[in-house]
Design a protein around this ligand. Structure first.
Ligand SMILES: Nc1ncnc2c1ncn2[C@@H]1O[C@H](COP(=O)(O)OP(=O)(O)OP(=O)(O)O)[C@@H](O)[C@H]1O
Length: 256
């Protein structure tokens, strides 16, 4: 692993019954990079994310994050290391407000044993106040301050994707896996999401982005991978990858 490699995936396989949804995939993500992953439906992209983030651990292969073997680590421990993901279908708490959704996403680090209930209460209150300020800062950054007290279930598709991003930002991530951030999002909000991702990337957060919207993915990514039937079909500079005849063929001759 080089000094700048943040995430290293080695020959990872994940199967369901006898079917290999992900079949020996290897990839590396550099610190500060935005890696795009495209591929036809059922290619194994979300399953690869689940193996990296820990919801569906790899059956074979290894995953290292910042030099540490995380292959068998539960998702919450990977998140503590700074590796987090969003989901294709946003998992917001519909009846909670946007601000409450961000608060709920934050882990409670109150592991310390405190001497009495008074200090414990005060400490918890202080902790909650800090989280609330942090949530408001993130909502400001995501241009969601105006819907702070709106129930998340009533938001547009694009706003829900931004809330999903806000929820993972509460965890102080170093690497974010975004699963289809543009699905069901209008073009204006797609641009907005791209801008926020670029800004966060400028602050040092690395990203892997799964997306079917190839033009937006091409403009956002430093590098791209295209998956097909559980394997990597092509990898490299986004323009070159999308011009690759094998990629064109996988998309059934469509111009991508
Ligand atoms: N829990 C599961 N049990 C059985 N099969 C599964 C499971 N999850 C995924 N699969 C299968 O694994 C394959 C890869 O699915 P996956 O969702 O990873 O693809 P994808 O590339 O993300 O597709 P899409 O772009 O449509 O979201 C598919 O054939 C899918 O039906």
């Amino acid at each position: 692993m080089t000094a700048t490699t943040m995430l290293k995936v080695d020959a990872v396989t994940r199967q369901f019954g006898g079917f290999k949804a992900v079949d020996g995939v290897s990839l590396q993500l550099g610190a500060g990079e935005i890696l795009g992953i495209a591929g036809t439906n059922g290619a194994g992209k979300s399953t690869l994310f689940a193996a990296i983030a820990g919801q569906q651990p790899a059956d074979a292969g290894q995953i290292h994050f910042e030099g540490q073997d995380i292959t068998r680590m539960p998702p919450y421990r990977r998140a503590r290391l700074g590796l987090v993901r969003t989901f294709q279908i946003p998992r917001e708490f519909k009846s909670l407000t946007v601000h409450e959704n961000l608060m709920a996403a934050a882990a409670n680090p109150q592991g310390e044993r405190l001497l009495n209930a008074f200090f414990q209460t005060r400490s918890l209150r202080e902790h909650e106040a800090q989280l609330s300020v942090k949530a408001d800062r993130i909502l400001q950054f995501l241009n969601l301050a105006r819907v702070r007290d709106v129930k998340a279930g009533g938001l547009s598709g694009g706003q829900k994707k931004l809330v999903e991003l806000g929820r993972v930002l509460m965890l102080d991530p170093r690497c974010i896996l975004l699963d289809e951030p543009f699905a069901g999002v209008n073009p204006v909000l797609i641009e907005e999401i791209c801008d926020r991702v670029r800004e966060l990337n400028g602050q040092g957060i690395a990203f892997i982005v799964i997306e079917h919207h190839l033009q937006a993915l091409k403009s956002l990514s430093n590098r791209m991978i295209v998956m097909d039937r559980g394997s990597i079909l092509a990898e490299g500079d986004p323009h070159t990858v999308l011009d690759d005849p094998r990629v064109q063929e996988a998309y059934m001759g469509g111009v991508v």
